[in-house]
Ligand binder design. Structure first.
Ligand SMILES: NC(=O)C1=CN([C@@H]2O[C@H](COP(=O)(O)OP(=O)(O)OC[C@H]3O[C@@H](n4cnc5c(N)ncnc54)[C@H](O)[C@@H]3O)[C@@H](O)[C@H]2O)C=CC1
Ligand SMILES: O=C(O)[C@@H]1CCC=N1
Length: 278
């Protein structure tokens, strides 16, 4: 999925790209960018630990005497935003595209903290961004023009599927699906493996079978013109063993109800974080 042609050229000119925070998510995005062919000389990672990352400049604090960032990517925890703002905000300007991956922190909350900006674009990535197979939700502030939105999309397109949202509230709710989603699927893989163990499989074998089955099924669905429901029916021979298992999943729409509760809980927490940042 990573397409180096999209990223090797200019994004927001050719000025510095600062990545603030390179933990689970920022680190995955950085890996995706480097694999996607971004010019590493453009990237400065700002992280309190200063732990080096091969190929890019790493600083413990923003450079106060350097060139203004063309892109400022915020990737610390939302709760750390206010700690980071005093050092960052004075260094942004009319030429700085602010890209925030912070869950819940809305554009007006960011604009209040970063009054000098070219545009503010929220991105909700997910961790498969690190292998170029992420999902990138995008939402831009009202003052973002088409060129700024194009630059934001060019930056994240090599990391995965891009989907724009005009409605910021819907963007927040969608993040429960794709931003949090990998965690739910990892739990599902583990649950399948444990169920396999319950049928007598060795733990390592059950884990291998569960992971390969999920990977194969996802790739089959991604490459198929048929819906997942039809693909499920193709596994379930009438009167066979799959149908017996599907009957358990379908009874009382058990899985649908579980996933509805899961996404609702995540979306609620997202809304709480939005309120805290306002
Ligand atoms: N983990 C995920 O799957 C996703 C995370 N996000 C968002 O990404 C952001 C980061 O989350 P994670 O990477 O999971 O957290 P994390 O805790 O793994 O990484 C955050 C990093 O920011 C650093 N940091 C803390 N204060 C800082 C400061 N003042 N300046 C620079 N760096 C600072 C920390 O040292 C840490 O390495 C959050 O805002 C979260 O909402 C969004 C989508 C998915
Ligand atoms: O858990 C979180 O708040 C972030 C947002 C989406 C995934 N991780």
């Amino acid at each position: 999925m990573a397409d180096s042609s999209k990223i090797a050229g200019t994004i927001a000119g050719d000025g510095p790209i600062w990545l603030v925070g390179a933990g689970n998510m920022g680190g995955a995005m950085l890996r995706g960018w480097l694999d996607g062919g971004i010019d590493p000389a453009r990237i400065t990672v700002i992280r309190p630990s200063g732990t080096p990352i091969a190929g890019v400049t790493v600083l413990t604090a923003p450079p106060i005497d350097g060139e203004m960032p063309a892109v400022l990517v915020l990737a610390m925890k939302p709760q750390k935003l206010d700690e980071a703002v005093p050092a960052l905000a004075p260094l942004t300007g009319e030429g700085t595209l602010i890209v925030s991956v912070l869950a819940g922190v809305e554009v007006p909350s960011l604009a209040k903290r970063f009054p000098q900006h070219r545009a503010i674009v929220r991105v909700m990535p997910n961790t498969p961004s690190g292998i170029g197979q992420g999902v990138m939700l995008l939402h831009a502030g009202a003052d973002a023009d088409a060129a700024a939105k194009g630059d934001a999309e060019a930056l994240v397109a090599p990391l995965g599927l891009c989907e724009w949202f005009d409605d910021e509230a819907l963007f927040g709710r969608a993040s429960a699906l794709s931003g949090c989603g990998p965690a739910f699927l990892f739990r599902f893989i583990d649950a399948m493996a444990r169920a396999g163990e319950g049928q007598g499989l060795a733990p390592d074998q059950a884990a291998r079978l569960a992971l390969a089955t999920v990977q194969g099924a996802a790739q089959l669905a991604a490459g198929s013109e048929e819906s997942p429901a039809t693909l499920a029916d193709r596994v379930a021979s009438p009167g066979g063993s799959t149908r017996a298992g599907l009957n358990v999943i379908d009874d009382g729409e058990a899985l649908d109800r579980l996933m509805a509760d899961v996404l609702a809980a995540s979306a609620r927490r997202n809304e709480e974080m939005a309120a805290a940042a306002r």
